[in-house]
Design a protein around this ligand. Structure first.
Ligand SMILES: NC(=O)c1ccc[n+]([C@@H]2O[C@H](COP(=O)([O-])OP(=O)(O)OC[C@H]3O[C@@H](n4cnc5c(N)ncnc54)[C@H](O)[C@@H]3O)[C@@H](O)[C@H]2O)c1
Length: 312
């Protein structure tokens, strides 16, 4: 395992599920961890300090160093307090894993404004706000001549990169996070910061809500174990991964696929502005059977994963 001793990490939404596994794995690799979790329901209602505190206890039981934080990642000032909390309580900041998330699935035609706003806010602003404040800290250190080797790990989703029915709010936020990662990578590289994102797949309360119960196999490797995501995070946090940035890692069990999104496709080109009639004729010729998205399951299969529904 890469040695992360001496590094300080924040993992948001680390009180449960995938984030908890990231926090435990980073601690096992030697990092000190600020375990952030608001502790609300899957839909983002309420708050509870217990999940973050429990994970802190688990890390201490492993012999690691950790502190609990209950800020809301979508609160701009709260995210600034969280970054400062890591610096004050654990002595610095080297790694930011943005993982916190909620779900309010609904078909587009029935989705209400609150369902849209809540999901966009927690995921998209919940990535921007912590990254913004962490980046300011790293820029300051970099300008002071401190050699920074910092990491931002974002959390996208197969729903965002492949597009899942019933998740217009969540998928739009997760596609935005993939784009945010690429832009953060390009802007923050000059300060010694890499930015990558995961498109994870794991058994948590989130998949239970979206796909029903997915029981583990009776024996052998469990591809849906949320701990399967953590080695990707630990590897990307190693100093040796300094050159790997702006990538989106689809992870399903033992399959890790470095995705290529929105790569060039069918080119229609001429030396003048297109006439709509002529363009339409070209489109019909190039796509005689029409053209439409293959959907999330097809995307997951092509990336080395499986349908979560078929797994259950
Ligand atoms: N489980 C999967 O297969 C899967 C697939 C794709 C993406 N993801 C993403 O992985 C991440 C982790 O999800 P999970 O499946 O472990 O779900 P989870 O519900 O088990 O964990 C999410 C955690 O985030 C916390 N949280 C929610 N809103 C918060 C806020 N505003 N501030 C701080 N903490 C907050 C929750 O309290 C919870 O503990 C999410 O971003 C999710 O969208 C998961």
């Amino acid at each position: 395992m890469p040695d992360l001793s001496g590094k300080v990490a924040i993992v948001t939404g680390a009180g449960r599920g995938i984030g908890r596994e990231h926090a435990l794995a980073l601690a096992r690799a030697g990092a000190k961890v600020l375990v952030n979790d608001l502790g609300g329901s899957l839909g983002g209602e309420g708050a509870d300090a217990a999940p973050a505190e429990q994970v802190v206890e688990e890390i201490r039981a492993l012999g690691g160093e950790a502190a609990a934080d209950n800020e809301n990642v979508a609160d701009f000032a709260g995210a600034e307090r969280m970054v400062q909390h890591a610096i004050d309580a654990l002595g610095g900041l080297d790694i930011l894993v943005c993982n916190a998330g909620i779900l309010r699935d609904r078909m587009l035609v029935n989705m209400d404004e609150a369902e849209w706003d809540a999901v966009i806010n927690v995921h998209l602003k919940g990535h921007f706000a912590p990254t913004r404040h962490a980046a300011a800290h790293w820029r300051e250190r970099s300008k002071a001549g401190d050699p920074v080797r910092a990491r931002v790990i974002c959390t996208s989703s197969p729903s965002g990169v492949f597009g899942n029915v019933g998740q217009a709010n969540y998928g739009a936020a997760k596609a935005g996070i993939a784009a945010f990662t690429q832009i953060a990578a390009q802007e923050l590289g000059r300060y010694g910061v890499t930015a990558n994102c995961l498109a994870p797949n794991a058994r948590t309360r989130m998949t239970e809500q979206a796909f029903g119960e997915i029981p583990p196999p009776d024996e052998g490797f469990d591809p849906m174990d949320p701990g399967n995501m953590a080695p990707v995070v630990v590897a990307l946090c190693a100093d040796e991964a300094q050159g790997i940035t702006g990538q989106c890692f689809f992870v399903y069990g033992g399959a890790v696929n470095v995705l290529q999104g929105w790569s060039p496709g069918e080119l229609f080109v001429r030396d003048a502005r297109w006439d709509a009639d002529e363009l339409l004729a070209e489109l019909q010729e190039r796509f005689p059977s029409g053209v439409s998205p293959a959907g999330m399951v097809a995307g997951m299969m092509s990336a080395g994963g499986q349908s979560l529904s078929a797994t259950s």
